[in-house]
Design a protein around this ligand. Structure first.
Ligand SMILES: Cc1cc2nc3c(=O)[nH]c(=O)nc-3n(C[C@H](O)[C@H](O)[C@H](O)COP(=O)(O)OP(=O)(O)OC[C@H]3O[C@@H](n4cnc5c(N)ncnc54)[C@H](O)[C@@H]3O)c2cc1C
Ligand code: FES
Ligand code: FES
Length: 1349
């Protein structure tokens, strides 16, 4: 029967408050997200980082009033997934609602003052998460604070300073302060011990930055936090009665019914209507899968679908309560039910703690999770195992008739198919039975990263035992083991009536599980062997858990009581930082002072402007790239007719529209094109660009461009390229000594192969630019690039203009890490051609998935090594062939290879070295520069073979390392003398500081007592040569204007991307001119102010730009000397000099002296100096699952005399975390056809807040001299050198596995793939569970996804 919906009672006005201001919008577009809306009204502090709920950059607070409980709820949610239409009756608070840089909120102030903001792109989102916590609980515990950031990512800071800032709001842990003194004297919560009467200065009376005793970390008084001063909830909204709403947008209608009857009526009228809960699934489907739903029916405000009731039988919930509310309800229920009823609540709570993150849990509804029927759902296995039931109403049933009740065990019937009929049904209630006596239930989940990650495998298992421990009933709910949440029915059947605790029963059950949950090498989702292993490991853990809880005596049967070990646990983190050894005296006290980052406060308040935050320019259009979707193919045809007819589209441009030269190259080879001509060489090449009135229209139209291809054979991996002899035509060789003769003398020779995976830059701000062509052949580009000069030159060639017609300006970057060095040109090039042709400004900020698909990564490497030792185990010779995956073009890969070849000596004297480097050309996007530029890959290969060799000669690897360290004055394989060589000294200092030997013994002891958890330690050294390897790049310019009010405008060639460059450069300028830093300002980098700048890279920007600034200041000082001699103040000096017509503008210049290396002759000085350091890490690994936690890391470095110790410490911590991510959780994966699988934070896991070492200590080498260092104030480059030290975590994991493998009968050395993901760790344990899960591949079968190394 066709029902006609009466819309007369539906309003078309959306009414809410934004930062305290009332807003009414007539007929808003249902496609608009809250993030898009707030940014469109100028509140650009809230950022877009991923659009998939995985980074938290878009976090805002949504407050609402619950009339039933008379409570105001403050929820942090993702603006990128929250529909604007859903905020009716709510108060939305964005970062701008908290404070301004002149009057910041205490949260904003503390994050800024604690150096918790580097590039700042993540900062507003992080501040909002903390704000949400404090609005709900003004005095949280440290644990709650650490938990609160599970939905936020930061790629720069290493998280520690953010946590320090946040923990200044925590209730002081008095007992911990007294008892928790760490080994190096600092307290275990970051307390300086110099605080008030209660021993801590973090209390509200006298809050300060937690400090370690040092000369350069001045005590800073924070603003007091007064919760009563927060924005109030608008009283009008408390009285507001929700009314039904209906909006008609460009493509979609939106209904907000207020009763279940209305919902059923709408569904009867529109059978295709899509219900919306939290929009966390629909938002992703519409954004990334381009699904279109019409109409949308928002269910959140239906009372019948909310609420929780608890009886002695169980809990019944309204289906659309949020996941967070389910969590809250269960936490509260624990205190009200009987003891034996608690296990089911605990199982749900354990699962909910790791369900997504706060933002998602606050939005997502339980119904949404159930109805989506995702195979990875965490809740659905629990609903199955707990025997829950679902109530379903249908739009075609008679009014008042009862709901259909379906058991969860029968609900999930196929991939995203359930017992719900999508045309008629709505899920209304869920009933979860409580557990009975002798009934146990537990949930398991394994992820790539512990926090905020979907399951690789999850499970819930419930067993009910009889009095004699026989199985009465057992139910398994498994996620990610099939296309939908499944059960292990055969295993349940087998176990029925069997005795729990009987070893033979366990073994047979594990075999049956394999039959229940079949997998193949190519099974979708990948990791089939690991998933099989996990499915059994979970059951083993459950088996032991029940034995323990039932207090069974099973020693007679199982023997080894060490089996009774639990998962790894994590405590709240803490750390210490010391600047001892890195400071210096300066005339003004400005240099070596930890001056706050100049933009930190603005970043914290959201006022800092990034490229896409710039206001729209008159007539501006948006550009969307048309990207290739094949790895290698001839382009047969491109049909743009449908796209061009799409309303709002203003044009399509491709290679035919390039006025100048379409050819370019990211490095020395010009082997790329801005636009594809007739052949595509990888997925993600630019075929053309659509320009349109809005981003949405441009992106829709870009998808409408039909491209026909004729596929050609393609290459993905290094091995495939070697087999096909596919190389970039630049190979390098470096030889020192007579390598063959040296091998002939060796007592022992070892050979092997090491592979290192790639790494995605994952800067939080994706690539963005605005290109403005003014019609007079002048182009102004605002871009997020590390290379303004390269952009200027390349765009001028592309457009057929001279360079002086093109200006590139860079205000700041939301992170770069090398990924915005050469690979920003493809997008900016396309925008420039479109701007040139349309004569209109064009803007684009890439979506995260586009950015990841097109912009390349750190080059994956493979090294085939041969190492010779003498009879005393001293290194004699190294012969290594290195291969990297360059992707489809050369870009910077040949230079990356050179750096890796140079770094291959690590810190060891091999005496005779032959190293050759090959760049493999494949059909993936061009790989490129990434912090470390090949050095980390080279160093990891070295430390891997050093470890493998040490294991084979039976010498502790640390001893083997130390005995082979270079000695002062020795020559590297590129014939550079090691001057000021302090590595051996600093290494020993760190050994003492970190109490290495004692802890090593403790690790041995721990491992003897624990079977399924092992600890491991590593002690990794590094050296990093600082200089651009290409001579002409070692130059810099600066321009200083002194205005006659005494203010100084400082311009130089270095881009600020979070590394604190502008702050340090202002310090240099202030030191030289002897004026306060506050008198100096840097606006941006602009090619029309400082010409011919070198890319900001190679850790050399402070050295080069600092000297150029000094050069300018020297000149200014000379001109101003007569005025200084008069004893005038700075303002008077500037004023008088101006009136005396003294030129107060000076251009400074610098070129690094004495360098110039010749590869052909292996002579000349390559590096200006070396930065060096060492790290000790200790980890604990859960062998059953592959999860690890870093118990402690200690890093010590020689950074010369630091210009700003806190900035440098921030660089060390951030780089360490990136290196740790590179070698552990970060694994770029590809489908065999060349498409990137890891396209966002959902699939690609950078470290999160809870990945940082539980104890993280940073210090500097002490009592060392720097006579040979000729840099500005003898400071050293810091950006890249510490990154490799993050691999100490990888090597510690490897060490833990060594213990495990030995127990499992694998005595020899072994190779642990890099990155050592949970999968790789688990599969290396060598136990019978893992070994019995191995699969043979069928002929021609390829894994679902693979690495490209
Ligand atoms: C960043 C991120 C992390 C995540 N992590 C996890 C995780 O760790 N574990 C996990 O299990 N899940 C995770 N998820 C998935 C998440 O559980 C789902 O997105 C969420 O539960 C869907 O709920 P929603 O209310 O937002 O659904 P919506 O997106 O609003 O809707 C989803 C589906 O449910 C339907 N629906 C909603 N209500 C009803 C109803 N009453 N009756 C019938 N159909 C209905 C909708 O029509 C739609 O088809 C994650 C998601 C994101 C974005
Ligand atoms: S932009 Fe919303 S979570 Fe990343
Ligand atoms: S400061 Fe966090 S991403 Fe840059």
């Amino acid at each position: 029967m066709k029902v006609t919906l009466d819309l007369s009672g539906f309003s078309n006005k959306l009414h809410f408050y934004l930062n305290g201001t009332e807003i009414t919008i007539e007929n808003p577009d249902p496609d608009t997200t809250l993030l898009q809306y707030v940014r469109s009204v100028g509140l650009t502090g809230t950022k877009l980082g991923c659009a998939e709920g995985g980074c938290g950059a878009c976090t805002v607070l949504v407050s609402s009033y619950d009339k039933a409980t008379q409570h105001i709820r403050h929820l942090n949610v993702n603006g990128c997934l929250t529909p604007l239409c859903s905020v009716d009756g709510k108060h939305v608070i964005t970062i701008e609602g908290l404070g301004t840089y002149k009057n910041p909120h205490p949260i904003q102030e503390r994050i800024a003052l604690c150096f918790g903001s580097q590039c700042g792109f993540c900062t507003p989102g992080i501040a909002m998460s903390l704000y949400a916590l404090l609005r709900n609980k003004p005095t949280p515990t440290e644990e709650e604070i650490e938990d609160s950031f599970d939905g936020n990512l930061c790629r720069c800071t290493g998280y520690r300073p953010i946590l320090d800032a946040a923990k200044s709001f925590a209730v002081p842990k008095t007992s911990q302060i007294k008892n928790g003194t760490a080994s190096n004297g600092a307290s275990s919560n970051g307390c300086c011990g110099n605080g008030g009467p209660n021993g801590c200065c973090k209390g509200f009376d006298r809050p300060t930055i937690p400090q370690e005793s040092s000369t350069c970390f001045p005590s800073v008084l924070f603003k007091k936090y007064d919760p009563s001063q927060e924005l109030i909830f608008p009283p009008r909204l408390m009285k507001k009665v929700a009314e039904p709403l209906h909006f008609q947008g460009r493509k979609t209608q939106w209904f907000r019914p207020t009763t279940l009857d209305q919902v059923l009526q709408i569904k009867a009228t529109y059978p295709t209507a899509k219900f919306v809960g939290g929009n966390t699934r629909i938002g992703i489907d519409t954004k990334f899968k381009h699904m279109e739903y019409n109409p949308l029916v928002y269910l959140h405000d239906i009372a019948e679908l909310q609420g929780v009731s608890i009886t002695s039988e169980g809990i019944t919930i309204g289906a659309n309560i949020s996941v967070a509310n389910l969590q809250k309800a269960m936490e509260e229920a624990i205190d009200t039910v009987n003891e034996h009823q608690v296990p089911v609540l605990r199982a749900f709570l354990a699962s909910l703690k790791h369900f997504a993150n706060h933002q998602i849990r606050n939005s997502a509804s339980v119904a949404g999770s159930v109805a989506t029927a995702s195979p990875t759902s965490d809740l659905n296995p629990l609903f199955i195992a707990s025997n829950s039931t679902f109530s379903i109403l249908s739009s075609n049933q008679t009014a008042g008739s009862p709901a259909r009740v379906v058991p969860a065990t029968e609900f999930f019937v196929g991939y995203r198919k359930t017992a719900i009929n999508p045309e008629t049904d709505i899920l209304t209630k869920i009933h979860i039975p409580l557990t009975q006596p002798s009934e146990y239930i537990r949930a398991f989940k394994q992820t790539k990263r512990r926090d905020d990650d979907v399951a690789i495998v999850n499970a819930a298992i419930r067993v009910r035992l009889s009095q004699d421990n026989k199985v009465d009933e057992i139910v398994f709910g498994y996620g990610s083991m099939a296309a939908f949440t499944c059960q292990a029915k055969r295993t349940s059947e087998y176990l029925k009536g069997k005795t729990w605790g009987d070893k033979d029963v366990l073994e047979k059950a594990l075999e049956t599980l394999d039959e229940d949950l079949p997998m193949q090498i190519s099974t979708p989702g990948g990791m089939p062997e690991y998933r099989r292993t996990l499915s059994k490991s979970f059951f083993v853990r459950f088996w032991w858990d029940v034995i323990q809880r039932q207090s069974m005596d099973i020693t007679h049967n199982h023997g080894d009581l060490r089996l009774l070990s639990e998962e790894v646990h994590r405590h709240t983190s803490f750390g210490t930082q010391s600047d001892k050894g890195a400071t210096q005296n300066s005339e003004t006290g400005i240099v070596s002072k930890s001056v706050n980052m100049v933009s930190a406060m603005k970043q914290s308040t959201g006022e800092a402007i990034y490229t896409d935050d710039m206001p729209r320019i008159h007539n501006e259009l948006y550009g969307a790239l048309v990207l290739s979707t094949r790895a290698h193919a001839k382009v047969v045809s491109v049909d743009t007719s449908v796209a061009l007819a799409h309303p709002g589209v203003r044009g399509y441009f491709d290679h035919r529209d390039v006025p100048g030269t379409n050819t370019w190259g990211g490095g020395i080879l010009l082997d790329e094109f801005i636009f594809v001509i007739d052949t595509v060489y990888c997925v993600g090449q630019t075929i053309g660009i659509i320009v349109a009135d809005t981003q949405a229209i441009a992106q829709e139209a870009a998808r409408m461009v039909k491209v026909e291809y004729h596929d050609l054979p393609s290459l993905l991996t290094i091995d495939e390229a070697i087999a096909a002899d596919s190389y970039i035509p630049i190979t390098k060789k470096l030889v020192k000594g007579d390598v063959d003769a040296a091998f002939a003398t060796c007592a022992k020779i070892f050979e092997g192969e090491t592979r290192v995976g790639g790494q995605e830059h994952f800067y939080l701000e994706t690539q963005s630019a605005i290109v403005n062509y003014n019609g007079e052949d002048e182009v102004e580009i605002h871009a997020s690039t590390q290379s303004p000069n390269e952009i200027q030159l390349s765009i001028s060639k592309l457009l057929g203009l001279r360079a002086h017609k093109v200006t590139c300006k860079v205000k700041r970057l939301g992170g770069g890490f090398g990924g915005k060095e050469s690979r920003t040109l493809p997008m900016i090039g396309a925008l420039s051609v479109a701007a040139f042709r349309t004569k209109r400004p064009i803007r684009c900020m890439l979506d995260r998935n586009e950015d990841m698909v097109i912009s390349g990564q750190r080059n994956p490497f493979m090294g085939k090594w041969k190492v010779g030792l003498d009879e005393n185990n001293m290194l004699v010779a190294l012969d290594i062939q290195m291969y990297l995956n360059s992707g489809w073009s050369a870009d910077l890969s040949p230079a990356v290879m050179e750096r890796a070849m140079i770094q291959i000596d690590g810190v060891y004297n091999f005496h005779n070295v032959r190293v050759s480097g090959y760049c493999c050309r494949t059909n993936i996007p061009s790989n490129t520069s990434f912090r470390g530029f090949g050095a980390p890959q080279g160093n990891i290969i070295t430390e891997d073979f050093m470890t493998q060799i040490a294991e084979q000669i039976n010498v502790p690897v640390d001893k083997f390392r130390v005995m082979n360290f270079y000695k002062p004055g020795e020559m590297t394989h590129y014939n550079q003398e090691l001057l000021d060589w302090h590595l051996p000294k600093g290494y020993m200092q760190l050994k003492e500081k970190a109490n290495y030997e004692t802890r090593l013994a403790a690790v041995e002891e721990f491992n003897k007592l624990s079977k399924w958890r092992k600890r491991g330690m590593s002690f990794i050294p590094t050296k990093f040569g600082v200089t651009f390897p290409i001579l002409h790049l070692n130059q810099a310019g600066a321009l200083i204007h002194i205005y006659h009010d005494g203010s100084v405008l400082l311009s130089h060639g270095g881009v600020e991307m979070g590394q604190g460059l502008h702050t340090k450069m202002i310090q240099v300028c202030a030191e030289e001119l002897q004026i306060p830093v506050e008198s100096i300002h840097t606006v941006d980098v602009s090619t029309d102010r400082v010409a011919n700048t070198t890319s900001t890279a190679a850790s050399a920007s402070s050295d080069l730009n600092g000297m150029a600034i000094k050069n300018a200041c020297d000149e200014l000082n000379e001109r101003l000397a007569p005025y200084r001699a008069k004893g005038l103040s700075w303002t008077e000096i500037a004023h008088q000099a101006y009136f005396d017509r003294v030129n107060l503008s000076v251009n400074g210049f610098y070129k690094a002296p004495n360098i110039g290396y010749d590869w052909k002759t292996n002579s000349g000085q390559l590096f200006f100096y070396f930065t060096m350091g060492a790290a000790i890490s200790e980890v604990e690994v859960d062998l059953l699952t592959g999860t690890h936690t870093v118990l402690r890391s200690d890093v010590s470095m020689d950074l010369g005399r630091s210009i700003n110790p806190r900035v440098d410490i921030g660089q060390i911590e951030g780089a360490f975390m990136q290196g740790m991510g590179m070698t552990t959780t970060e694994e770029p994966l590809w489908f065999p056809d060349g498409r990137l699988f890891t396209q966002g934070p959902g699939a690609y896991k950078i470290p999160g807040f809870k990945c940082i070492p539980q104890e993280f200590n940073i210090s500097f080498f002490e009592d060392v001299t720097h006579d040979s260092v000729k840099t500005i104030y003898k400071s050293k480059g810091v950006g890249e050198p510490p990154l490799f030290l993050g691999s100490s975590v990888y090597f510690a994991i490897r060490d833990a596995l060594r213990y495990a493998r030995k127990e499992n009968g694998h005595d020899g050395t072994f190779s642990l793939p890099i990155p050592a993901t949970a999968e790789k760790i688990r599969m290396a344990v060598g136990d019978t569970i893992a070994e019995s899960s191995r699969l043979a591949s069928k002929s021609g079968e390829r894994p679902w996804v693979l690495q490209s190394c």
